[in-house]
Design a protein. Structure first.
Length: 286
């Protein structure tokens, strides 16, 4: 009989714990509410959930996955439409210049535009879900940390790039692409700077970290979130092995920073923007 009671006791405790996990304690009157779907306390009418938690409840993992695929489909439709146009004016070959290269970079603005439109049509609050502003002190800290990490990322990526070049070598195709896309005057340089720093970087963070990694991490843990989002995005832009490794390394570093700062885009957006700013300006100063 004693053995039977001791065997049953852990089951009762775990069952009790499971029940307690499903209750909400009102922060105002202390009432215990057993329906976790309640938004306001039925006793004192106090709010039981933050605005961010309410927004999270409306946007599920399935919604996030659907939005990611919708965004990439829209991007590639736009990409191939532009490529077809450049082929038509280039005599059958894609016309590659510093300006057209910058325009291809600007197309990644779709990564922010489609989610914003989606949230608007679905009547969801984009700011509360993706860029919550409830803790302004933390936002300032996240921005400063993001700027600091951008310099660390730059030197790590530069180190990785040099090793990759030594190991794999630069292919003639990559050398030719670099030659064709390198700015030759101030106008081309400024256009590429705007395309990369002000459009590509924040748009990339909104989709890859703000939506894909955030919901991958919630569903499967931070390791799957970091590597899943980073590999998925990098594979879509697979051109050559050196570019792929460099892009993947940057995405993983940004993913780690995102998790470290409790999934705050206020850290990774400045980090990504400053990384490209440093990458484009520092070589000119050395």
């Amino acid at each position: 009989m004693a053995t039977g009671n001791s065997d049953n006791q852990p089951k009762d405790v775990s069952s009790h714990e499971k029940k307690e996990e499903q209750v909400i304690v009102c922060p105002n009157c202390g009432a215990i509410i057993r329906d976790i779907d309640f938004i306001y306390c039925p006793i004192c009418n106090a709010r039981l959930k933050t605005e961010e938690e309410l927004a999270e409840a409306q946007f599920t993992w399935n919604s996030a996955l659907s939005l990611v695929f919708l965004t990439f489909i829209t991007y590639f439709i736009a990409y191939y439409a532009v490529e077809y146009y450049l082929m038509s004016i280039g005599g059958g070959a894609v016309l590659i210049t510093p300006i057209t290269y910058a325009f291809f970079l600007m197309l990644q603005g779709v990564f922010a535009l489609v989610p914003i439109v989606y949230f608007k049509l679905a009547k969801l609050d984009f700011v509360k879900l993706i860029l919550p502003v409830s803790d302004k002190k933390k936002i300032i800290n996240d921005i400063l940390i993001g700027v600091l990490f951008s310099f660390i990322f730059y030197f790590l990526i530069e180190f990785e790039y040099q090793i990759s070049v030594q190991f794999f070598g630069l292919s003639p195709e990559l050398i030719e692409l670099i030659r064709k896309t390198t700015p030759t005057n101030t106008t081309e340089y400024l256009i590429q700077l705007i395309a990369t720093v002000l459009i590509l970087a924040p748009s990339n963070e909104i989709l890859v970290r703000g939506i894909l990694q955030r919901y991958l991490s919630k569903a499967h843990g931070p390791i799957i979130g970091i590597f899943g989002a980073s590999i998925f995005y990098s594979l879509l832009f697979l051109g050559n092995i050196i570019s792929f490794i460099t892009l993947l390394t940057l995405q993983i570093l940004l993913g780690v920073l995102f998790e470290y700062r409790k999934r705050s885009l206020y850290s990774t957006i400045p980090a990504h923007m400053m990384f490209w700013l440093v990458s484009m300006i520092l070589p000119l100063l050395l």
